[in-house]
Design a protein around this ligand. Structure first.
Ligand SMILES: Nc1ncnc2c1ncn2[C@@H]1O[C@H](COP(=O)(O)OP(=O)(O)OP(=O)(O)O)[C@@H](O)[C@H]1O
Length: 291
């Protein structure tokens, strides 16, 4: 895995980053091109749908793909973000993640279920988010907003110098991002690898949590399950549920993230303290002259 005692775990150089500041882009969740394609259902789209339905990896997954989801995949193919679909990487409660080929590299395609059973919880996570102020309570709108939220969160995190899968595109309930892994398969979760240098890994995690917080985001589900280890780098994944600091429960989420991370590294033999981690994450950057 290329991890040695002097590994830096890929800490992104802050020189390449910028703190996004207090400005939050408004996110449009109105009807997408995929909805229009699904309504129109031209011949080419029907052929694409049949072809994908026949593919082995989708046979057992058909419940995820309603017409509009097929249309979203079709649009992403038409726009050149996806060229060929591979097998599933994960089948989760709210989304399935597939391996695919993009225009010049491998990508991960995350397909959120419109019928996600926990959409009310999704709605709650969007509370207070300045990017979704006018969002109503309709199931479809919530899931579409959620998908755009994950894309926007990935962009914001990347901008702030946090190593995350590079966001590529989203269409309706489908998100395309950099594939984290290699020819042997998806990158392993932190909990699945032997960490040779937990001190450095913990330092990098702390720094990423602080950068995320400085960018106004709290992951909200951070643990060894949502950090993967790729070619000597720690990569934070699953930023869909990440909330902005405006969320009424943002402090609780951050405390929980700190507890999970501190507890994981304490199991790696380190002397960690969740309160100290919280203090570190919420303290201002130590070096104001970094620009
Ligand atoms: N960009 C990626 N590259 C490679 N594998 C990925 C990528 N994103 C996600 N995965 C794989 O898919 C799994 C699920 O992804 P993620 O946590 O984002 O979705 P989820 O639906 O929230 O999952 P869960 O319900 O298990 O929390 C990850 O644990 C990882 O194995």
């Amino acid at each position: 895995m290329g991890q040695g005692p002097d590994t830096e775990y890929g800490l992104v150089d802050l020189e390449e980053a910028e703190t996004p500041g207090d400005e939050w882009e408004e996110i449009d969740v109105s009807d997408t091109e995929a909805d229009r394609i699904a309504r129109k259902r031209d011949r080419e789209f029907n052929q694409f749908q049949e072809r994908i339905k026949d593919a082995d990896q989708f046979k057992v997954e058909q419940s995820v793909f309603d017409d509009a989801t097929f249309a979203a995949l079709y649009k992403l193919v038409q726009d050149g973000y996806v060229e060929a679909f591979g097998g599933p990487l994960s089948t989760g409660k709210e989304a399935n993640v597939y391996h695919a080929l993009g225009d010049d590299r491998e990508v991960a395609v995350k397909v959120y279920r419109i019928n996600a059973s926990n959409f009310r919880q999704m709605r709650d996570y969007l509370e207070g988010d300045p990017r979704f102020e006018g969002l109503g309570g309709k199931k479809k709108d919530v899931v579409l907003a959620w998908t755009k939220k994950e894309l926007a969160n990935l962009r914001r995190a990347k901008k702030a110098g946090v190593r995350v899968p590079e966001p590529i595109a989203s269409e309706r309930n489908v998100l395309v991002m950099e594939y984290i892994g290699n020819e042997d398969g998806r990158a392993k979760r932190l909990g699945e690898v032997q960490i040779e240098n937990p001190e450095t890994a913990y330092r990098v995690m702390r720094e990423y949590m602080r950068r995320l917080y400085s960018a106004g985001l709290i992951h909200g589900d951070l643990s060894e399950y949502n950090v993967v280890f790729d070619e000597g780098q720690l990569v934070l994944i699953d930023l869909g549920q990440a909330v902005t600091v405006h969320h009424p429960n943002s402090c609780d989420f951050l405390e929980r993230d700190c507890e999970n991370v501190a507890s994981f590294f304490s199991r790696q033999g380190m002397d960690t303290d969740p309160d100290e981690l919280l203090e570190f994450v919420t303290s201002p950057e130590p070096d104001p002259s970094r620009d």
